[in-house]
Design a protein around this ligand. Structure first.
Ligand code: AMP
Ligand code: MG
Length: 320
């Protein structure tokens, strides 16, 4: 059962320690309460998906204390600078090209080469993020499919019987109670990925352009915000690698003498470990140059559902 504490010096120190130890801490912002983990620790981030019982690995927003830190994680563009000057700190998330950094793991970005960043304006959240000094990946702190929480009590009720989050920081009721506006700021014209408290009118005034809808985005297909797709073909539910295939195992490996290269998501058959390794191992095997990645069957329960969802999409033919 998570403990609920008011935000103060002591609870901030406790929260930061939990994050460093790979645990979850729920905290308030001006939008909704977030279920946070150290964005650099894939195993901790996998606990977010397990705790929320999310059936899919959609990319998560990483929260930082100030815009300068955000722009060490995502590549700045003139548009991003304009939007950050106008709306950060505040209820706006920018999607940018990801910088080469270990501070945000592949599970947070769902293997994409983009990263979603936000600088909240809530004073308590800023103090907390400044003390943590690491990006905190946090979706809304509710079980999947339920309403987003705007008080600490909502979070405590939702996760009463859970081992995570370890701590819920009571930071009062959220002002906006509406999720952040998500804007793709990689190109010259803003693309509105999710409407929120920062309105279309506000974005238009700040940038001089009405934001585009995602499907109007005129970019090469590889730049479209979709899901991570390896270049290699994917063969699911494989018993063993065929000659020259890359192998992605789960649990005990079969005879690997035919494999060109291999990884194992979790030799102990632990679904949380498998989720933590999924994107980085897929990327590694894809980069090996093998034409096909054969993948062991993954049990279709708990985090296995999200893993199988992602693998099935990766296996689908392109341009679908
Ligand atoms: P939530 O998990 O409810 O906080 O929602 C996160 C939102 O940010 C979703 O709408 C995601 O699709 C969006 N998002 C997060 N990361 C990315 C990314 N790298 N590219 C595009 N959209 C993203
Ligand atoms: Mg949500």
């Amino acid at each position: 059962m998570p403990s609920v504490k008011p935000l103060n010096q002591d609870s901030i120190i406790e929260a930061v320690q939990y994050w460093r130890d790979g645990h979850l801490v729920a905290f308030g912002t001006e939008t909704v309460y977030g279920l946070g983990a150290d964005a650099g620790q894939a195993r901790a981030v996998s606990q977010i998906f397990a705790t929320k019982q999310r059936p899919q690995f959609n990319p998560l927003i990483s929260h930082v204390a100030d815009p300068d830190t955000a722009f060490t994680l995502g590549h700045i563009t003139p548009l991003a600078k304009t939007l950050a000057d106008a709306f950060w700190p505040g209820p706006m998330t920018l999607v940018l090209r990801r910088c080469d950094s270990n501070a945000i793991c592949d599970l947070v970005t769902a293997g994409l080469d983009t990263v979603a960043l936000r600088v909240p304006e809530h004073k308590g959240a800023q103090a907390l993020l400044a003390a943590a000094n690491i990006p905190i990946a946090a979706p809304s702190a509710n079980p999947s499919g339920r309403l987003s929480p705007t008080t600490a009590e909502h979070v405590a009720t939702a996760f009463a019987d859970y081992s995570e989050p370890r701590l819920i920081l009571d930071m009062g009721a959220c002002d906006k109670g509406l999720e952040s506006t998500v804007i793709d700021a990689r190109a010259d014209i803003p693309v509105l990925l999710r409407p929120g408290s920062i309105t279309v009118e506000m974005i238009t005034t700040a940038t001089g352009h009405p934001p585009l809808a995602p499907d109007a985005q005129i970019l090469s297909p590889g730049q479209l915000v979709s899901h991570y797709a390896p270049d290699a073909m994917i063969r699911l539910n494989a018993d063993a690698p065929r000659l020259g295939e890359a192998w992605l195992g789960f649990g005990d490996d079969p005879d690997l003498s035919h494999a060109a290269v291999s990884c194992n998501l979790s030799p102990e058959a632990d679904l949380n470990d498998a989720a933590a390794h999924l994107f980085s191992m897929l990327r590694q095997l894809d980069q090996s140059g093998a034409k096909t990645i054969a993948i062991a069957p993954i049990p279709d329960h708990d985090l296995g559902v999200a893993i199988n969802d992602r693998l099935t999409r990766a296996a689908a033919p392109r341009n679908q």
